[in-house]
Design a protein around this ligand. Structure first.
Ligand code: SAM
Length: 298
């Protein structure tokens, strides 16, 4: 269960979710027809080693990412990566040169995407997550100027960002991928407010969001995990997320002068030729709640 000031590294609590999604990206990259290729995801998995390296070598058949749920989850991460890569490509084409990865985790876009000259990428996450990333990618040159900002996103992250040279007068492209579910509703609203306050006209934002589950069902899932009865994710998941939402992102940004567009995950899976999981499966339940939301400040 979560507490207000909890911390983690790359293999514990919320930090391990960054490794889980990176491993899914590494498996997507191994496919003959990947929808996204993140070569750094494999580097991170091998840096941790053990089951994470075995998984990529086909030597961990019991791993959660090798289950039926895992196959759907890998598709999900593949299309999610493509969605946000496309988002950044459009923002760069529109002239945006300041990028903020909120909860960067093992997002490798500062090393992987073809950024225009003079692009600055800020990466925000907890210190130990960024420490792991720095060590794993030692010697690898980023494709933009990269600035790591070690901060908790429940704290005063706008101040930390400004202290690292963020320029609020320049249009920015923000991303919150795989983040909102790990924040209580109050911190989600504070996150949106921080983005809005620091965004010049012409800024872009993209978030992944989920409609909360029925609270009774959510509690039952948490209890199931505590008993060790089931875990599609191969470890705690329902104990790490808040299942809270104050207001959908498109609505929140919409009334503040941002033009937004909502893409249900199932639509995007279909658009990229990937199967939409059965609504009766764990992956189907998850998929039906998720949307990818983009907005531009007018
Ligand atoms: N955005 C990355 C991606 O999609 O690959 C990482 C997603 S991972 C599922 C969740 C990330 O959120 C982790 O890296 C975790 O450390 C970060 N995170 C969650 N809550 C946070 C908080 N309060 N402060 C800083 N980072 C946080």
């Amino acid at each position: 269960m979560r507490t207000d000031n909890d911390t983690w590294d790359i293999t514990t609590s919320v930090g391990s979710t960054a490794l889980f999604v990176a491993a899914a990206r590494a498996l997507e990259a191994q496919k003959p027809d990947p929808v996204a290729v993140d070569p750094f995801a494999e580097i991170f998995c091998r840096a941790v080693g053990g089951q994470w390296a075995d998984l990529l070598d086909g030597a961990a058949p019991e791993h959660a990412l090798k289950s039926e749920f895992g196959a759907d989850f890998v598709n999900f991460q593949g299309v999610r990566t493509r969605y946000f890569d496309t988002y950044f490509s459009r923002a760069a084409t529109a002239g945006v040169r300041q990028i903020v990865l909120l909860a960067a985790g093992l997002d490798s876009r500062a090393y992987r995407l073809d950024w225009p000259d003079k692009t600055v990428v800020f990466e925000l996450d907890q210190p130990q997550v960024l420490d792991f990333k720095r060590a794993a990618l030692a010697g690898v040159r980023p494709t933009a100027e990269r600035r790591a900002v070690a901060v908790d996103l429940r704290d005063d992250w706008p101040r930390a960002l400004l202290e690292h040279g963020f320029d609020p007068s320049s249009p920015t492209a923000w991303i919150a991928e795989g983040l909102l579910i790990y924040l209580p509703a109050t911190a989600q609203v504070a996150l949106f407010a921080g983005i809005d306050a620091l965004s010049a006209s012409g800024s872009h934002v993209a978030v992944e969001e989920s409609v909360p589950m029925d609270p009774e069902e959510f509690t039952a899932r948490q209890q199931e995990e505590e008993r060790g009865d089931s875990s599609a994710h191969g470890g705690p998941f329902f104990q790490l997320v808040y299942n809270e939402q104050d207001e959908p992102a498109a609505q929140w940004f919409g009334v503040r002068g941002w033009r937004s567009e909502v893409t249900p995950l199932s639509d995007y899976l279909r658009a990229l030729g990937r199967p939409v999981p059965s609504p009766k499966s764990d992956a189907g339940t998850m998929t039906s709640t998720i949307s990818l939301v983009g907005a531009i400040k007018g």
